[in-house]
Design a protein. Structure first.
Length: 150
């Protein structure tokens, strides 16, 4: 198996889920599971398709919206990514992964002040999480870069 290639077991699992999807393409759980499976093997374009289907069936689920946003981010569509992550945060304003990923997207869109503000909200709401620890490091790096450029 070459690097980056999904295992045969994973591909068989995906095929079984696709068979289930063929029988019920509007099945929320099947769409989420397929989105997650494709996300896990970095096939973000396919993940987007299934997460969008899941969102059409049951709109407003923060985890699906965030995964959809992160998938868009990974196929270099940061504006779409931000739209879905922000939608998730309207539903659940303190969602740990939503806040973390919103900061990353803002940062990559050169909206550094917004990234820092979102990460500070994450740190305040979930101070002990891995994501908050990473956010603290990002903020420290940004502040170091800003002080060096002055």
């Amino acid at each position: 198996m070459s690097a980056g290639q999904p295992s045969m077991e994973m591909m068989q699992k995906i095929q079984a889920m696709k068979d289930a999807w063929e029988a019920d393409p509007a099945g929320y759980d099947t769409n989420v599971q397929l989105g997650n499976a494709y996300f896990d093997i970095s096939r973000f374009d396919k993940a987007v398709f299934y997460y969008k289907n899941a969102n059409a069936v049951r709109a407003g689920q923060p985890s699906v919206l965030i995964d959809l946003g992160v998938s868009y981010f990974n196929i270099n569509k940061p504006d779409s990514a931000l739209r879905f992550v922000e939608e998730a945060l309207r539903v659940q304003p303190d969602h740990v992964f939503g806040l973390y990923n919103a900061g990353i997207i803002y940062y990559n869109l050169n909206k550094v002040d917004k990234a820092i503000a979102v990460w500070k909200k994450l740190i305040s709401a979930h101070s002990e999480s891995r994501e908050a620890q990473a956010a603290k490091e990002f903020i420290k790096q940004i502040e170091n870069q800003q002080s060096k450029s002055k």
